[in-house]
Design a protein around this ligand. Structure first.
Ligand code: SME
Length: 167
C-alpha cells in the first residue's frame, strides 16, 4: 500500500511532488474509473492533515452529483452556478476560498468547514465535474495547492478515459 506523505516533516510542495508519482502508479486505465477516483480521494485525504473533506462532484444532466469522496456525509446535488463547486463548474476555473463565510452562496455541507478549493475537471474544455477540498482551517489553500491539484487532475485526465464514465 502507498504510504501517506508525512504530515509534519514535509512542506506541501514536497507532499504534492510525492503525490504526483503516487497518483501515476495508483491510477490504472485498466480498472473501473470509480475505483481510481475513489483511491485518489483517499490518497489526497491521507496525505494532508489540513484536508477535512475531499471528493468529486460529477456532471449529470444539468447538475453536479456527489462522486467518490473521503470525509463526512455531504450534499448530493449541486446546481451549476451554485456554491463554490457550481461556480467553479460554470466558470471552468479553479476557485480558492480563504474564508467560506465571505463567499456568497457557499454551501455548508459541514459547519466546521472554514476554507475550500475547487478545481474543475475538464475533458477538452467540456465539463466532467469538479474536485473539491475543504479544511477546518482558514486560508488552508493557496496557489501551491492550485498548481499541484491542477497537475493531479491532468494526470487523471491523461490516464483515464473520463468521457466514458456514467453514474
Ligand atoms: N462547499 C461546497 C459544497 C460541497 S461540500 O463542501 C462537500 C460548495 O459551496 O459548493
Amino acid at each position: 500500500m502507498l504510504q501517506a506523505a508525512s504530515n509534519s516533516l514535509q512542506t506541501d510542495e514536497d507532499k504534492y511532488s510525492l503525490l504526483l508519482t503516487q497518483t501515476e502508479s495508483l491510477i490504472s486505465p485498466l480498472e473501473p474509473i470509480i475505483s481510481s477516483l475513489s483511491n485518489f480521494t483517499a490518497l489526497l485525504k491521507q496525505s494532508f492533515q489540513k484536508v477535512s473533506w475531499v471528493g468529486f462532484y460529477i456532471l449529470k444532466d444539468d447538475s453536479l452529483f456527489l462522486g467518490p469522496f473521503q470525509g463526512k456525509v455531504a450534499c448530493t446535488e449541486i446546481k451549476i452556478g451554485s456554491g463554490v463547486c457550481g461556480t467553479s463548474a460554470e466558470k471552468k476555473e479553479t476557485i480558492i476560498v480563504p474564508d467560506v463565510d465571505k463567499f456568497p452562496g457557499h454551501i455548508a455541507c459541514d459547519d466546521g468547514s472554514r476554507s475550500e478549493i475547487v478545481v474543475p475537471v475538464l475533458i477538452k474544455d467540456k465539463l466532467f465535474g469538479v474536485l473539491d477540498l475543504d479544511s477546518y482551517t482558514e486560508s488552508a489553500f493557496d496557489e501551491v495547492d492550485k498548481k499541484f491539484l491542477e497537475k493531479l487532475v491532468a494526470i487523471l485526465n491523461s490516464k483515464l478515459n473520463l468521457s466514458t464514465f456514467h453514474f
